[in-house]
Write a protein that binds this ligand. Structure first.
Ligand code: PNS
Length: 165
């Protein structure tokens, strides 16, 4: 059985992520989408909210599980007995960061293989950060994230602008 882990912040999941998950789910027998508590980033959504949004987005894919972890990715991989990591590569701007992360992970565990997948070209520009920024200023994010994620973003920014968050 060939299994892989797709780790990320997913704050929130976008159609670009969904596209990568669909591609990976066709290549591997089992795919775990693993939401990471990244201490370097202050997420807009809680771990549970991010995991729920992913679950709803990938419910059509029967071989995809959603999980979460904190700490090192290599430790999580060891715990799951999985050695393949999926990452999406968008443009050359992603390369430095991905290259550094891939080699760091391999340094920590030489058996880890990182598989880079390309999303459909219509999602190559898409980032969670941009989506959040657009939503925070009331811009249109239709077609960038699934409808339930759009709903969550609207709710989050409506609440925060009314001062209750
Ligand atoms: O979606 P992101 O924020 O680009 O994902 C980055 C992520 C979460 C995959 C990366 O930061 C990570 O693996 N964090 C876990 C901590 C870790 O293992 N760090 C050392 C290797 S870079």
């Amino acid at each position: 059985m060939r299994a892989a882990v797709y780790p990320g912040s997913f704050d929130p999941i976008t159609y670009g992520h969904v596209d990568i998950i669909e591609r990976a789910s066709r290549i591997f027998d089992k795919l775990i989408v693993a939401v990471v508590t990244n201490p370097a980033k202050k997420p807009l959504f809680s771990m549970e909210e991010r995991m729920d949004m992913i679950r709803e987005s990938v419910k059509h894919l029967k071989n995809v599980e959603v999980d979460g972890f904190d700490g090192l990715l290599v430790n999580y991989l060891r715990e799951k007995k999985i050695e393949v990591v999926i990452r999406g590569m968008r443009a050359i701007t992603d390369f430095d960061y991905e290259f550094q992360m891939a080699l760091t992970n391999r340094k920590l565990n030489k058996n880890v293989e990182i598989v880079f997948l390309l999303s459909d070209s219509k999602y190559l520009y898409l980032t969670s950060r941009m989506v959040k920024e657009i939503a925070s200023f009331g811009g249109c994010i239709r077609g960038m994230v699934p409808p339930h994620v759009e709903e969550m973003l609207l709710k989050k920014f409506r609440v925060s602008s009314s001062g209750s968050l």
